[in-house]
Design a protein around this ligand. Structure first.
Ligand code: FAD
Length: 306
């Protein structure tokens, strides 16, 4: 069995692998797609000490760093279940195989919920964005829309209003669902307008985004807003469906972890976007992965191998 088996090969999993391997313990990484969300990212400018890089390049650097150590990397492997088994933890894979380990670190990440309208896929990274902390500065002085009036949408609109020329917040419902304190802050900003009861029907553009169309749900008319960017903020979904009923999850499906990354099952740790750790960012996921590996090591030295 592995001493530490990491499920997921994004920034959190890669950092956990480096930290575990450097303890001289038997380490494995099973992941569907090594690199994770970073593979879908164009430019990265907020990983401190790396002024700017590209997602695929960053993903390759993650893998190279892990391969520098004696780590068993198992790619194209999707985990489907987890269970405690006679002092070990067993991870069942969709391939039919299963892996055993004395401790497991889950770093299966998350995915942005898509709005699924024409233009969203076509203009991804060409005006369609999901992360204001990442891409906000690219729209300095431009006009953007934020789709979604929950906490993350309203937070994004407030954040972006400080950078861009104008923000249009588009909400499907007849009211915003964000906390009142955020709504009050939003209403105080001079360069934000809010459109309620509006169903986004398309994101339009040529080479890049040039507008958004929506249906006024009260009257039924189609309307259009001219702009240069659209931030979709209708939810981040953790890749934890396979853990329902096994580990304690938050109401958003995030794995509940303590300060050392320990989950509700002894010997099982978790890190990064799949967990309750606030703020989903590369540098945070990587730091969190390192922390969970040290948590797992701490667990191993306090327990005896079965
Ligand atoms: P992920 O990167 O999501 O990795 C999850 C890993 O788990 C993958 O290897 C995946 O294949 C694997 N996996 C999932 N389910 C299973 C399963 N059942 N079995 C086995 N393996 C599984 N952050 C920044 O800091 N700066 C940016 O500029 C930035 N830009 C972004 C742009 C885009 C388009 C996106 C989508 C995200 C961006 N982010 C950015 C966010 C950042 O990518 C994430 O916060 C970070 O990748 C999270 O790392 P993670 O390791 O927790 O999860």
């Amino acid at each position: 069995p592995f001493d530490v088996l990491i499920v997921g090969g994004g920034p959190a999993g890669a950092a956990a692998a480096v930290y575990a391997a450097r303890k001289g313990i038997r380490t494995g990484v099973a992941s569907e797609r090594f690199g994770g969300q970073v593979l879908d990212t164009l430019g990265i400018e907020n990983f401190v000490s790396v002024k700017e890089t590209e997602g695929p390049k960053f993903a390759l650097a993650l893998e190279e760093h892990v391969r520098h150590y004696d780590v068993d990397i198992m790619n194209l492997q999707r985990a489907k279940a987890l269970q405690a088994d006679a002092g070990l933890i067993e991870v069942a894979l969709e391939s039919g195989a299963s892996l055993k380990a004395r401790s497991v670190i889950i770093t299966t990440g998350a995915r942005w919920r898509n709005i699924n309208v024409p233009g969203e896929k076509e203009f991804r990274n060409k005006g369609v964005a999901y992360c204001p902390h990442c891409d906000g500065p690219l729209y300095k002085g431009k006009r953007v829309a934020v789709i979604g009036g929950g906490n993350s949408g309203v937070e994004a609109a407030i954040d972006l209003a400080g950078i861009v020329a104008h923000v249009t917040l588009v909400e499907y419902d007849t009211h915003l669902r964000a906390d009142e304190v955020l709504q009050r802050k939003l209403r105080s900003l001079p360069n934000v307008s809010v459109i309620l009861n509006a169903q986004t029907t398309a994101i339009t553009g040529d080479q890049k985004v040039n507008g958004l169309t929506y249906k006024d749900r009260a009257g039924g008319e189609q309307r259009r807003v001219d702009l240069e960017g659209v931030f979709v903020q209708i939810g981040l979904v953790p890749n934890t469906e396979w853990l329902k009923g096994t580990l304690e999850l938050s109401r958003h499906g995030e794995i509940v972890v303590d300060a050392k990354g320990q989950t509700s099952m002894p010997g099982v740790f978790a890190a990064g976007d799949a967990t309750t750790v606030p703020f989903k960012q590369i540098i945070i996921a990587a730091g969190d992965g390192a922390k969970a590996a040290l948590g797992a090591f701490d667990h191993l030295i306090r327990t005896t191998a079965p």
